[in-house]
Design a protein. Structure first.
Length: 303
């Protein structure tokens, strides 16, 4: 059945996507690796509970239905969002990976059509995507713990699918970091919160600005207002990374909010009381799920 995956990989490649296929037997290893890091204290409990405990390792059900895990990387640029305040327009960026709905739908339709022709099916997998991509050979970790994919840098969206397609060529490998990271400390120096520690592999994710501004918790007193640089998330380490130099200037204009829409957001008008047009824009940006933090974050950016 190797020809099935080759055909699938070629079709995805023609769209600029990259993919890898591994046996579903590696599910246990993924689970053990994540849980192990938490158990030895390398993953702070809040981070584990918030981001990593939700993954699906239901071995009994999955192993009986599927044979492989397909990991896909789709190129994705920075998104630039315009906001109007007192007649002036302010731009805010959304890092790659946050805007995913459209590309997810397109990719799933493509997979369904391709695999159906061979009598196979795919189901979206809720797994630790960065670790899965590195373990499958699709990418490598940077010092900032972000996954870098050749010809994409960190400007991509990762997706994973369980499939009943046999895995004749398993690309599972040891975790690896980019060679450049051995002689580069640009991201460590650029990180405003100091969460990248040269003496350990895992960043201190609990201090990462991305973690802090994705959630409604009050910012710690040591977080400075001028550190904020994105509507959600943070681009400091990705902007300075030499691996991203070919991609950093390719921001796409994704949406524009009028003065009345911007005022509604800043005054924290409940999502269900916003005009339908505003809600549609937020949903298209996949920002409705972060709406509780948008007003706070936007105010910091435009101060």
């Amino acid at each position: 059945m190797a020809e099935v995956y080759k055909a699938l990989k070629d079709i995805l490649g023609n769209k600029g996507y990259q993919s890898r296929l591994i046996s579903i037997s590696h599910l246990t290893e993924l689970q053990v690796e994540i849980k192990g890091l938490h158990e030895i204290g390398m993953l702070e409990d809040t981070i584990y509970q918030r981001y990593l405990k939700r993954f699906d390792y239901d071995h009994g059900s999955l192993l009986s239905k599927f044979k492989s895990i397909l990991t896909i990387a789709v190129p994705q640029a920075l998104s630039s969002i315009g906001f109007t305040i007192n007649g002036n327009t302010y731009s805010a960026v959304i890092p790659p990976t946050y805007i995913y709905g459209k590309v997810l739908g397109e990719t799933e339709s493509l997979l369904e059509n391709i695999l159906a022709g061979y009598g196979f099916k795919a189901e979206r997998a809720l797994l630790p995507l960065k670790l899965l991509a590195v373990r499958s050979g699709l990418g490598a970790f940077g010092r900032n713990n972000i996954c870098y994919v050749p010809e994409m840098g960190s400007f991509h969206r990762l997706m994973a699918y369980f499939t009943d397609m046999p895995c004749s060529t398993d690309s599972w490998q040891e975790v690896k970091t980019m060679e450049r990271c051995n002689t580069c400390s640009a991201c460590e120096k650029a990180c405003p919160t100091g969460c990248i520690d040269i003496d350990r592999f895992l960043i201190k994710a609990e201090n990462c600005l991305t973690n802090l501004n994705e959630n409604t918790d009050v910012f710690p007193g040591w977080v400075k207002a001028d550190w904020h640089n994105a509507l959600v998330g943070c681009m400091k380490c990705q902007q300075i990374c030499p691996e991203n130099k070919p991609f950093i200037g390719n921001a796409a204009e994704a949406a524009f909010f009028s003065e009345s829409e911007t005022k509604d957001i800043l005054r924290e008008t409940p999502l269900d009381r916003l005009p339908d047009e505003t809600v549609k824009k937020l949903e298209a940006l996949d920002m409705a799920e972060y709406y509780d933090v948008l007003a706070r974050n936007l105010k910091l950016l435009i101060k």
